[in-house]
Design a protein around this ligand. Structure first.
Ligand SMILES: [Cu+2]
Length: 163
């Protein structure tokens, strides 16, 4: 395989990583901040829960691949399944005090996350044209194209000098 095509394959592999939706949710005072998360359907997504409380919290939502405990002071990342569109509510699975029964959140998986209307606490995880990830991706693409062009030019000049 040529070096340039190898590079292209590498860039293609990196695109889903750059576009991955990464959300951080704080667990504080038996509440989720944000409590509503919007994800784009079919795109890789991960949610990192940071437990600021003195009690263990946990979730048991297998259809989202959100199963596990978060110990006090711990932060844990879950790779969320986004292959099914819909609105999924989930609740703390470990009794953690008076407010335990209200401790829950909603994950909205949508084909069109930008058009999802949210009340409070919203957090869209999808990198749209205004997100920093989008600019990183554009810069990456620019660097890649300029590296490729200068490589080609270099080889052409080298050939001319030799011939
Ligand atoms: Cu809890």
């Amino acid at each position: 395989m040529k070096k340039s095509s190898l590079l292209l394959v590498l860039v293609m592999l990196l695109i889903p990583i750059v576009f991955a939706q990464e959300i951080t949710v704080d667990l504080r005072n038996t509440q989720l901040e944000p409590s509503t998360i919007v994800l784009k359907k079919g795109e890789p997504a991960s949610i990192t829960f940071i437990n600021h409380d003195g009690q263990t919290h946990g979730f048991n939502k297998p259809e989202l691949n959100l199963v596990g405990l978060i110990e006090p002071g711990e932060s844990k990342t879950f790779e969320i399944r986004t292959d099914t569109a819909g609105e999924f509510t989930f609740y703390c699975a470990i009794y953690c005090g008076e407010k335990h029964y209200n401790m829950g959140g909603t994950i909205i998986i949508s084909n069109n996350p930008d058009n999802v209307e949210l009340d409070n606490n919203m957090n869209t995880g999808s990198p749209g044209p205004n997100s920093p990830q989008f600019f990183i991706w554009i810069i990456g693409l620019f660097v890649f194209i300029s590296a490729l062009t200068s490589g080609i030019l270099y080889h052409k000049i080298k050939k001319k000098k030799l011939g």
